[in-house]
Design a protein around this ligand. Structure first.
Ligand SMILES: [Zn+2]
Length: 176
């Protein structure tokens, strides 16, 4: 898909957290999307992107996390350096809407899955680490069909978008 940035589509801001612990990454199988993802979702109004990643992670796994960068400086003047996403990805979330747009139509009403009228998602992907001692997940059965810890080798057996696999591998390489 070319010219992602030059189509007059609705862009939602979203955030996701990549938690890697003892060589395994925590993934959830998203019901709507039908694939394994790092826990995440839409950024609420007035919410900072990294906070959205932390909130969504907690909502989808029951694990409290905080977003971080290994080398983030501490501001000394009362301001704050926020965690940077390790990657920012722009993609179509609805194949229906992509086709409608590229056929030159403007209606997005036939997207059955996405009540918010989602077309493109600008997704901020953060490294997250446990905020407490609890690493026992609790499945969110309303939004997900599965949850678990996976090693890099196990990713091959999962239904996984190419960009998500790339994001997970990037996170692993940053934590080496
Ligand atoms: Zn959306």
């Amino acid at each position: 898909m070319k010219n992602l940035q030059n189509i007059d589509a609705k862009i939602c801001l979203t955030a996701a957290g990549c938690l890697i612990h003892e060589g395994q990454v925590m993934l959830v199988k998203h019901k709507k999307v039908g694939a394994w993802l790092c826990p995440g979702g839409h950024i609420d109004p007035n919410e900072l992107p990294h906070q959205a990643a932390e909130r969504e992670f907690w909502e989808e796994t029951g694990i409290e996390v905080s977003a971080f960068n290994p080398d983030l400086p501490t501001a000394t003047d009362g301001s704050e350096y926020l965690p940077n996403p390790i990657l920012t990805n722009l993609h179509w979330v609805s194949q229906d809407n992509y086709q409608i747009r590229t056929e030159g139509k403007s209606s997005t009403s036939n997207s059955k899955l996405w009540k918010k009228g989602c077309e493109q998602h600008l997704s901020f992907i953060y490294l997250v680490k446990p905020a407490g001692k609890n690493l026992d997940f609790k499945e969110n059965v309303e939004e997900t069909d599965g949850i678990g810890w996976f090693s890099l080798a196990e990713l091959d057996d999962l239904e996984l978008f190419g960009n998500v696999e790339l994001e997970i591998k990037t996170a692993f390489s940053l934590l080496k």
